[in-house]
Design a protein around this ligand. Structure first.
Ligand SMILES: [Zn+2]
Length: 160
């Protein structure tokens, strides 16, 4: 089924329910921005909504792929991770270098373990021929930029 066929009934429903909306494209765009910018959401959920609004087909947390990536695009052989900067030690932002004030030794060991685990998974994916994209929490704004990065990543041929 083509996109146009999918859109037709939706267009009718929108026109009937809210005559104030002038075009579907505009309605869709504002809906997307509303979803993407809504508060109280995790970075992963935000990216999930973005991927859905881009009408991409993906699996989530596929345990058959090393590291159970947040989003798996099997056909393309690609995966996307969405990482929180603090937990996954984003090297180029403040949150990734931040350490809690108490129990410093405990946190250092724990966070370093996370970082090493991430690196090991990426190497493993690479060996198995998967391409990966890591999206950091601090890179989620504006969503338009992330959308562009995802499109470029999914189009690109070959490995990392
Ligand atoms: Zn960051």
């Amino acid at each position: 089924m083509s996109d146009n066929q999918t859109d037709a009934p939706l267009f009718d429903i929108i026109m009937v329910c809210s005559p104030a909306m002038d075009t579907l494209t505009r309605a869709q765009r504002s809906e997307r921005m509303r979803l993407v910018k809504s508060r109280g959401t995790t970075p992963e959920l935000l990216v999930k909504r973005l991927l859905k609004s881009m009408r991409l087909k993906f699996n989530t947390h596929d345990a058959s792929v090393p590291g159970s990536p947040d989003f798996v695009f099997r056909r393309q052989g690609k995966v996307i991770f969405v990482h929180g900067c603090f937990w996954h030690r984003h090297a180029s932002c403040h949150n990734g270098r931040r350490l809690p004030k108490s129990r410093l030794d405990f946190w250092k060991i724990k966070l370093d373990k996370n970082r090493r685990r991430d690196l090991r998974i990426l190497r493993q994916l690479n060996r198995l021929g998967w391409s990966y994209l890591v999206i950091w929490e601090c890179q989620l704004n504006p969503p338009e930029r992330i959308e562009k990065r995802i499109r470029v990543f999914l189009k690109k041929r070959g490995t990392n």
